[in-house]
Design a protein around this ligand. Structure first.
Ligand SMILES: NC(=O)C1=CN([C@@H]2O[C@H](COP(=O)(O)OP(=O)(O)OC[C@H]3O[C@@H](n4cnc5c(N)ncnc54)[C@H](O)[C@@H]3O)[C@@H](O)[C@H]2O)C=CC1
Ligand SMILES: O=C(O)[C@@H]1CCC=N1
Length: 271
């Protein structure tokens, strides 16, 4: 892909996307430009690690861009768009990975008829395993959707969704990996408390998560059937599941997803 990509905001998400794009060779390092907040020394590190072009001169970078990826925190969006708005041209595709922020909000702040695509990747982008949902703003045509899809396919799987679904997406696949890591942390604690060494526990739990993920992907069976296949009557799995049920595991997970979704809605309302 010969599009020149400018990242505005270079924290952990931008780095994960960039690393994925470079690793899969979807975008050449010479076509990636990165800027960040003026007062942070991060650009030097990024340039040294990935060989991409970096600059605090936003006018210069915006002048080069075909695609602008907004990757700052939602609270920094207004300030950041104020800085770059004068340099944005209408033919540039704007992709926002910000949680909660509507394409309409960005369209209004920019004040031009730019195609604005909202994308919600996750940090597994770093190794090419993101699950990224994509929603189109009102000036987006199929060609721009295709560009966004191709870019994010370089870092994993993509799904085009209605923008109304983006709050749910943000909860399940944007924040989702963190919830799974938290589950893993708890499993590890349990194993250590039972006297197992950390290295062995890490290896077994990691492979268990990978194996379960691959089964979900490849077995053709729903999660409920896969769970039932493990659960012998009167066995260990049944005993563990009873404890999860007694402690309202499902209710807790639903509440967790709802809280994350509601936070996404709140973030959007701050504008
Ligand atoms: N971390 C994650 O797993 C995911 C994050 N996101 C979204 O990605 C965005 C970035 O998240 P993180 O990378 O985790 O945050 P981060 O805090 O690691 O990175 C944000 C970067 O934006 C920079 N920045 C702040 N103001 C700026 C400005 N005016 N101009 C240019 N750069 C500016 C900061 O210096 C910082 O380096 C957020 O909006 C978040 O909702 C989306 C999906 C997953
Ligand atoms: O925690 C957050 O707000 C961001 C959005 C999805 C994952 N991290």
């Amino acid at each position: 892909m010969c599009k020149r990509i400018v990242f505005v905001g270079c924290g952990s998400m931008a780095e994960a996307i960039m690393a994925g794009m470079l690793q899969t060779k979807t975008v050449d390092k010479n076509d990636i430009y990165v800027t960040n907040k003026q007062d942070e020394g991060r650009l030097g590190n990024i340039e040294a690690t990935y060989g991409v072009q970096t600059s605090y001169d936003k006018e210069k970078l915006l002048d080069l861009a075909d695609v602008v990826i907004l990757a700052m925190k939602p609270k920094d969006l207004a300030e950041s768009l104020d800085e770059i708005r004068p340099f944005i041209r209408e033919e540039q595709l704007i992709i926002s990975v910000l949680a909660g922020i509507m394409t309409e909000t960005i369209e209004e702040i920019i004040g031009k008829r730019n195609a604005v695509v909202r994308a919600m990747p996750n940090t597994s982008a770093q190794i090419g395993y993101s699950a990224t949902a994509i929603a189109a703003g009102k000036y987006v045509d199929q060609e721009k959707i295709n560009i966004a899809e191709r870019l994010f396919q370089s870092i994993g799987v993509t799904k085009v969704v209605a923008e109304d679904d983006m709050h749910t997406v943000t909860a399940i696949s944007g924040s989702g990996p963190a919830f799974i890591y938290y589950f893993v942390e708890a499993m590890t604690t349990a194993a250590l408390e039972a006297g197992m060494d950390e290295q062995t526990a890490d290896a077994l739990i990691t492979q268990t998560i990978i194996g379960a993920g691959k089964m979900l992907e490849q077995s053709g069976e729903p999660a409920s059937v896969l769970r039932e296949n493990i659960t012998s009557v009167g066995g260990t799995t049944a005993a563990g599941l009873e404890t999860l049920k007694a402690n309202e595991f499902e209710k807790i997970i639903i509440a967790c997803i709802e809280s994350a979704r509601n936070r996404s809605i709140d973030l959007g309302r701050t504008f």
